[in-house]
Design a protein around this ligand. Structure first.
Ligand SMILES: Nc1ncnc2c1ncn2[C@@H]1O[C@H](COP(=O)(O)OP(=O)(O)OP(=O)(O)O)[C@@H](O)[C@H]1O
Ligand SMILES: [Mg+2]
Length: 253
């Protein structure tokens, strides 16, 4: 089982759009996939038409009082399950703070799912908090969407610096440019220069496309409702790089 997380301290950069499309593509490849919507805003749950509610709230789940399996829902797609968000997730930092080893908590909660899933995707809220730290410790690979500005490199440096200080487990990083506007010269310059200079960058980029925004109307991944579109091809390229960097073996069966 490999754990992937879409993460950025910044909001609105494409984390959820990436998580739902990568989740769908992984399931379509034949992996058994679980997507955990960790954001109280519940955008991923909404996109999969699943009510954002966990019985007993996030506290029981995170404290291990209620088995994670009990909260899992099936989606409309074969091989893709969802652990929904819950509004109580906004207090997860407090809950984690009272745990014995907060940074290890998510990893130990997910460990029993090893027999059931090949890929777990964590869709994170935008923040740098105890929850993010727990996510970073659990993840094998971080997918980091960056809007191409000169500051995006700083954001990435801060993240790699933060992870370098970790003792023990450290996730690999796959940063990629998100919402690239081809009409903006700066976007083009940055998105062409950096991937060849820095090893953390994916070759794949996700352009700014209105079809991606349409996901909230269709309430499905664009890779599912428009599989031949440029949007779907871009997510497909990103998924292939992510699969390789995460060291995922061939899908079973
Ligand atoms: N490549 C893209 N082109 C156009 N619109 C996009 C693209 N990616 C995401 N969006 C839109 O931008 C908004 C934010 O995207 P998304 O929810 O994926 O970001 P996020 O990083 O998860 O945000 P948050 O930090 O609030 O969780 C959404 O309305 C989404 O439809
Ligand atoms: Mg999101």
């Amino acid at each position: 089982m490999k754990i992937l997380a879409t993460y950025n301290i910044k909001g609105g950069v494409g984390k959820t759009s990436t998580a739902v499309n990568i989740g769908y593509l992984a399931a379509r490849d034949g992996y058994r996939v679980l997507l955990w919507d960790l954001d109280p805003q519940a955008a991923a749950s909404f996109l999969f038409r699943i009510r954002p509610r966990v019985k007993g709230g996030g506290k029981a789940l995170i404290r291990g009082k209620r088995p994670v399996e009990d909260a899992i829902k099936g989606t409309d797609f074969d091989g893709l399950d969802l652990l929904p968000a819950d509004f109580t997730y906004r207090h997860l930092d407090l809950v984690l703070d009272s745990a014995k080893k907060p940074a290890r908590q998510l990893a130990s909660l997910l460990a029993p799912l090893r027999a059931e899933y090949d890929v777990v995707i964590l869709d994170c809220p935008p923040s740098i908090s105890l929850l993010s730290e727990s996510v970073l410790h659990a993840a094998d690979l971080l997918l980091v969407p960056l809007i191409p500005t000169t500051l995006s490199v700083r954001t990435l440096d801060q993240l790699t610096g933060f992870i370098d200080d970790f003792a023990g487990h450290r996730p690999a990083i796959l940063a990629f440019f998100s919402m690239i506007d081809r009409r903006k010269r700066l976007h083009l310059e940055i998105s062409q220069a950096l991937p060849s200079e820095r090893g953390e960058f994916a070759q794949a980029v996700i352009p700014a496309l209105s079809l991606i925004e349409r996901m909230s109307v269709e309430r499905a991944p664009v890779t599912a409702f428009s599989p031949r579109s440029q949007a779907a091809r871009s997510y497909g390229d990103l998924w292939r790089e992510a699969r390789e960097r995460a060291g995922l073996g061939d899908p079973p069966g």
